[in-house]
Design a binder for this molecule. Structure first.
Ligand code: SAM
Length: 296
């Protein structure tokens, strides 16, 4: 079978799940992963054939995609902040919007380091870490820092610990994050781990009532534990993060949380009510409320 025919037939088969451009991009990603082709191979070399020996493997992957399984789970990895992360059904697929709080934290880390009188490792806490995308990105971007990350899901922690950044760690003289099991909502047992210069969290924030607006690939395949909060208490995780930060944020330290864009002001108010005197809402390129920063 010609590669160009495989791409066009397979893309059409996904049209009931994805818009045309996204369906095509997904099929091209699969071809690149399995066949080593580029997104333009079928255009510049239209006679390229799909080797007979790979047809059944590709067919198996296409069956999973047709069942609305996200391409990142099908391939087992995704790119976040320029790093390749392993993903399984136990973890949320890292989203590009989360890179914004990572970038903001890295910029803040630069300012904090410049203001330090005595050099010491910067300490970072990531609450609700999932795949570990925030924790690993910061550990690798801030060599010398100590990163602690928590999640309630043991299977997510296993994925986070198993990310393969060994050679990057040595290249950058960086330290791997420590991944710890903890329930962020259990405010009677906030661990006394000393203070942190940066606290980040991308907690569950999608309201149950938003489920009808979500696509099958998310709703049927990503872990509900990572996504949903009840409509009658949608800011439950932010109150918990604020309570952790009241105990654990160092003087001069800064926190960043990704937020539900429908609840920007309410989320900022949680941090104001918890005594953080400096708060602000960070907006994305489309002017949607994306994150809240807080400090005292
Ligand atoms: C939205 S996902 C974020 C994952 C990752 N930080 C990211 O940005 O891709 C939220 C994570 O919170 C975890 N979680 C849910 N309830 C929790 C709780 N009570 N305590 C700690 N972690 C929790 C889930 O297991 C999930 O990994």
């Amino acid at each position: 079978m010609l590669l160009k025919d495989f791409i066009s037939e397979s893309s059409s088969a996904l049209l009931d799940i994805y818009p045309a451009e996204e369906a095509r991009a997904i099929v091209l990603m699969v071809c690149e992963a399995v066949l080593g082709t580029k997104s333009y191979t079928h255009i510049i070399e239209p006679a390229t054939e799909v080797p007979q020996s790979r047809i059944s493997e590709l067919g198996g992957l296409m069956d999973r995609l047709r069942a609305a399984e996200p391409v990142q789970y099908v391939l087992g990895h995704t790119v976040f902040h320029g790093l390749e992360f392993k993903v399984t059904h136990d973890v949320l697929i890292p989203r590009p919007e989360t890179e914004e709080i990572v970038e903001a934290a890295i910029a803040t880390a630069g300012r904090l380091a410049a203001a330090q009188v005595e050099a010491r490792p910067l300490r970072v806490l990531d609450l609700c870490t999932g795949s570990g995308c925030i924790a690993w990105s910061l550990a690798l971007a801030l060599p010398g820092s100590e990163v602690v990350a928590v999640d309630i899901s043991d299977s997510a922690l296993e994925v986070a610990r198993g990310q393969e950044f060994g050679s990057l760690l040595s290249e950058r003289s960086a330290r791997a994050p420590e991944f710890v099991h903890a329930d962020v909502l259990d405010l009677d047992h906030v661990p006394q781990w000393g203070s942190f210069d940066l606290i980040l969290s991308n907690p569950p924030y999608v309201m149950d009532s938003q489920k009808p607006d979500m696509r099958r690939n998310v709703l049927e395949h990503e872990p509900a534990l990572a996504l949903f909060v009840p409509d009658d208490d949608p800011l439950i995780f932010y109150r918990a993060v604020a309570a952790w930060a009241r105990q654990l944020l160092a003087p001069g330290g800064v926190g960043f949380v990704e937020i539900n864009d429908l609840l920007g002001t309410g989320t900022e108010d949680v941090f104001k009510a918890a005594g953080f005197t400096h708060t602000s809402i960070l907006r994305d390129f489309a002017q949607r409320d994306r994150a809240v920063s807080f400090s005292r």
